[in-house]
Design a protein around this ligand. Structure first.
Ligand SMILES: [Zn+2]
Length: 204
């Protein structure tokens, strides 16, 4: 598997990723950079896009989904809760023809095995995607920080439970690739991230 980091040159600088497996099947995670950047990489590596995976349903994680799907026929996967209609359609653009994934789901594309970890808090349908040594943590866990919990369907109580779950389920040597900002590791976050530490120390 090859992992490409494609940063969207938008005000929120979303981190997006293109993963290309050994047999040339690829997935895009939270594609928000111009579609051509993914398409150029796919062509360069003789790969085809099998699926687009979203960590959650916010607009700044899906700007090129429609164009990429039109160009490649890729399927779109997102959690059921974030695919559902929302009051704030600017924040949660409506999605169609989605396949939904949920907590504990495992699926493979090429040589890439994904585990879905539901991590509500930033949105009720937020997930983190564990793939080998990488955790695509969306807007749940950042380097030294966490995502906002004050937007539609956000919940600090759910976020704390999700942080505890990540600390329990994700090995220390896993690389954390968040939706915004620098990359990290679980070990570093467990030792330095105030919110993660506080959640881990909370006896609930
Ligand atoms: Zn978000």
């Amino acid at each position: 598997m090859k992992v490409f980091h494609i940063q969207a040159a938008t005000p929120l600088c979303t981190n997006t990723f293109l993963l290309i497996g050994d047999q040339g099947h690829a997935v895009a995670i939270d594609p928000n950079a111009p579609a051509q950047r993914y398409l150029d990489l796919l062509r360069e590596h003789h790969a085809h896009l099998a699926a687009v995976l979203l960590t959650h349903g916010h607009y700044d994680h899906m700007g090129s989904v429609a164009e990429l799907r039109k160009a490649t026929g890729a399927s779109l996967m997102v959690s059921e809760l974030d695919a559902a209609p929302h009051v704030d359609e600017r924040l949660f653009p409506p999605l169609d023809q989605v396949s939904c994934y949920g907590d504990g789901d495992h699926f493979s594309v090429d040589d890439m095995d994904f585990q879905v970890i539901a991590t509500p808090g930033h949105t009720s349908g937020s997930v983190c995607l564990l793939c080998g040594e990488y955790l695509f943590s969306g807007d749940t866990l950042f380097c030294g920080d966490i995502g906002r919990t004050d937007l539609e369907t956000g919940s600090m109580a759910q976020m704390n439970a999700s942080l505890r779950k990540l600390a329990a389920q994700v090995p220390d040597d896993v690389q954390v690739l968040p939706g915004h900002g620098p990359f990290s590791t679980m070990e570093q976050e467990k030792s330095r991230n105030y919110y993660l530490r506080a959640a881990m120390e909370d006896p609930k």
